[in-house]
Structures are given as structure tokens and as C-alpha cells.
Design a binder for this molecule. Structure first.
Ligand code: URA
Length: 422
């Protein structure tokens, strides 16, 4: 076997054989296939696609590149959720303890943000003392203690994906359905969850801009899960406007705690409950009542236990940015659009996100929304508040929000904009 023959085969539109896939994934992980060869192959896959059998084999090869976790010693069914990522998507934070409060175990391996989408670990790290890196036994300990754990994947889990995802990030090869589906599912299957709910996002703030692409990605991932014996379901949800009223690390933790306390923005509560019901159903806990667990404080209790078990102080004040700047509504009327991508890029420019994997993030930076599409706004009243420790960044963030039509206000009584949740 050699890499050049495999690259040429995919370049010319052929399906790779199972042996070619096994070899190239293993050889790349072992450092025997060079980064430039793998990036050529990734680009050929992006341009020419893969058949479902190729995707299944590629995923299996990535799982086989590392360790598999095993939670079978736990007395509870395991269930997990994965979102394909968006702006203001803090759902994992209230969801994991909520589902734990309903009787399932939630082993949630999460990632960091890159570019305009936030990362769950970056958000939680704004809680003083909280640790993302846990050993396998520590992870099991937190699961036993709190019913839920949210942490970084260990080095040994799907190392082929770890290497390949970093390469795709810098070679313009992220946006490929076969590569995204195999990347996500290899990690989730290696993680050893019994059931998995996928929140596949569509819209300007998501990887998948159209509903058709999001549906294809969802179907591909559900099939991979089923092949590996993981009960997998997918919801398609909208990401054309941010979720909730905040995008940024500590800002989103604050909003998540509001949801756990029985408040919070309606869209965040609704999606949290919808995903909780699917996770509990997939785990066989059909009679569980997540609404009650939010209302009676048991979800909050599990949150506090989970944060404390990972070294965090759930009572510590969250960091706030040193500076804020408020953008006022330029007209009176109804907010017809507020673009998720523009808000995500603005939060990133303010310091909430990173451009390179090794960059630090600011805990307090981000964007706070004072209105959502459909709300009435008044000229001169606050529309968005920008938060940062580095005020020289306000200019770049404001440019994202004001130069490119990031929001649209229409006169009251104008034909209602079409709001189309996917
Ligand atoms: N998230 C992943 O884990 N992998 C991808 O390829 C895209 C998003």
C-alpha cells in the first residue's frame, strides 16, 4: 500500500477499498503518511465525497486508532448529546446535570471553541477552579458522584481524529459531510455511551448552512451509530440567530445557571428540555420528567455536585470583562433578523474565541443580546452589549455587527418575517 495510489484513487472519483482505508488511517496515526499527503486526501474526499460503506469503514478505522472507554460498571444507563456547534449554544451545561437528575449517567466529552463557535470547555473554565482534564478513573468518580461529567477527551481516544481534525482546520477541509460525520461519531462511539442524541444545526452560525446538508449529515451519523450498536437519534435545529441572549464564556455559564434555577431564555429552556426528553427516551427512561427536575431544584443540585467534583466552586462569582460597549437600536420597530454568524464572529473578535488552538480566551468577553428576532425595539435603547478586557477590540467587533447587515429592524406592522425553525 502507498499513500499516493490512495490519493489518486479518491482524486479520480473512485471508492476506497476497506484495506486502503484501514491502512491510510493507521499509517497516518503512526506518522508514516505525511501531513501533506493526508491533506491532499482530505481535499479529495471533500470534493468527491465518500459512499456510506466508505464512511462506515473510515469511522471504524478512526475508532480502532485508539482506546475505547467502558462505563459498563455503572448501575445506570449512559446517554450523551452532541451538537454540531453554533453561536450561544450552551445547552450542554444545563442539559447534562438535568438528565443526570432524571436517572441516567451522562459521560460528556466536549471540545474547545475554534473560530466563531464557542466551546463547552472554554465556557466551564470560566468557573474558578474547574478542571477539564480528568483521568479515566477521575471521570468515573465524577459520574458516580454527580451522575454527569463534562471533560476533555483523553489523548488516547480516537487519536487519528485528533490529528486529522487539526490538519483539516488549517487546510480548508472541515466542511465535508463524510469527514465531519466520521470525526464526531468516532469520538462518541469510542467514548462508550449507550445512547446518543445529535443536535444537528442548520443556518448561518452552523457548519451546515442549509437544511438539506444538515439532514444528510444527521442521517449519516445516525446510520454510523446504529452500525456500532449505539442508539442514536438526531434533531435538526435552527442556528440562524444565536441561542439565548449571550455568546461568550462566563456570560453563557451565567445564562445556563439561570436555566437550572428555573428561569433563562425560552429558546434555551425549550431546546434543553427537548434534548433531555430524547436522551432519556434513548436511555430507556421513558417516564422521567425533566420539567419537574428543573422546577424542583434537583437539576441544580446535580450541577453543583458536578462542578465541585471537578474542582470548581459553584458559588464563586463569575469573571466579568473589564470594559463594555453598548450598541443602541438605530430605529424603532421589530427586530426581524439578528445573524448568528455575525454575533459569533463579534464575540470571537472580542476575545471569547481563538484563531489558533493554543490561543488563550478571555473568560468575560462576549456579546449580550437585549432583543431576539420578533421583539419590539426602540430607537436609542440598548440592542447589544459588547464585553471585553481589551477595548481596542471593540472596533473590529462593531464592524462585524454594523457593516454587513447583521441585524434588520422593520417598522411595526410590516409583514412578519418568516421564522422557520428547522
Ligand atoms: N466537530 C468535530 O468533532 N469534528 C468535525 O469534523 C466537525 C465538528
Amino acid at each position: 500500500m502507498d499513500a499516493i495510489t490512495i490519493i489518486r484513487a479518491k482524486r479520480d472519483g473512485h471508492a476506497l477499498t476497506p484495506e486502503q482505508i484501514d491502512w491510510v488511517v493507521a499509517a497516518y496515526t503512526a506518522g508514516e503518511v505525511a501531513d501533506e499527503q493526508m491533506s491532499a486526501l482530505a481535499m479529495a474526499i471533500l470534493l468527491n465525497g465518500m459512499t456510506r460503506p466508505e464512511i462506515a469503514r473510515w469511522t471504524a478505522a478512526m475508532i480502532a486508532s485508539g482506546d475505547r472507554m467502558d462505563f459498563s460498571s455503572l448501575p445506570l444507563p449512559t446517554t450523551d448529546k452532541h451538537s454540531t456547534g453554533g453561536v450561544g449554544d450552551k445547552i450542554t451545561l444545563p442539559l447534562a446535570p438535568l438528565v443526570a437528575a432524571c436517572g441516567a449517567a451522562v459521560p460528556q466529552l466536549s471540545g474547545r471553541g475554534l473560530g466563531h463557535t464557542g466551546g463547552t470547555l472554554d465556557k466551564l473554565e470560566s468557573i474558578p477552579g474547574w478542571r477539564a482534564r480528568l483521568s479515566g478513573p477521575e471521570m468515573l468518580g465524577v459520574l458516580r458522584e454527580a451522575g454527569a461529567v463534562i471533560c476533555a477527551a483523553g489523548e488516547g481516544l480516537a487519536p487519528a481524529d485528533r490529528k486529522l481534525y487539526a490538519l483539516r482546520d488549517v487546510t480548508g477541509t472541515v466542511e465535508s459531510i463524510p469527514l465531519i460525520a466520521s470525526s464526531i461519531m468516532s469520538k462518541k462511539i469510542a467514548e462508550g455511551t449507550g445512547a446518543l442524541v445529535l443536535d444537528v444545526k442548520a443556518g448561518s452560525g452552523a457548519f451546515m448552512k442549509t437544511e438539506a446538508d444538515a439532514r444528510e449529515l444527521a442521517e449519516t451519523m445516525v446510520e454510523i451509530g446504529a452500525d456500532h450498536g449505539v442508539r442514536t437519534v438526531a434533531l435538526l435545529t435552527g442556528m440562524s440567530t444565536p441561542l439565548g441572549l449571550t455568546a461568550g464564556n462566563a456570560l453563557e455559564v451565567r445564562e445556563s445557571v439561570e436555566v437550572l434555577a428555573g428561569g433563562g431564555p425560552a429558546d434555551v429552556v425549550e431546546l434543553t428540555l427537548a434534548l433531555a426528553r430524547e436522551m432519556l427516551d434513548a436511555a430507556g427512561l421513558k417516564d422521567a420528567d425533566p420539567e419537574r427536575a428543573l422546577a424542583d431544584g434537583s437539576a441544580m443540585d446535580h450541577w453543583r455536585r458536578m462542578i465541585s467534583a471537578q474542582g470548581g466552586d459553584p458559588d464563586a462569582p463569575l469573571p466579568t470583562a473589564r470594559d463594555t460597549h453598548t450598541l443602541a437600536a438605530p430605529a424603532t420597530g421589530v427586530l426581524a433578523e439578528l445573524d448568528a454568524y455575525a454575533v459569533g464572529v463579534a464575540a470571537w473578535r472580542l476575545g471569547a474565541g481563538r484563531s489558533r488552538k493554543e490561543d488563550p480566551v478571555q473568560a468575560g468577553a462576549g456579546v449580550e443580546l437585549h432583543a431576539k428576532p420578533g421583539d419590539r425595539v426602540t430607537e436609542g435603547a440598548p440592542l447589544l452589549t459588547l464585553h471585553t478586557d481589551t477595548p481596542e477590540r471593540f472596533g473590529a467587533a462593531l464592524a462585524e455587527l454594523t457593516d454587513g447587515g447583521a441585524f434588520r429592524i422593520v417598522p411595526e406592522g410590516a409583514p412578519a418575517p418568516e421564522v422557520r425553525p428547522v
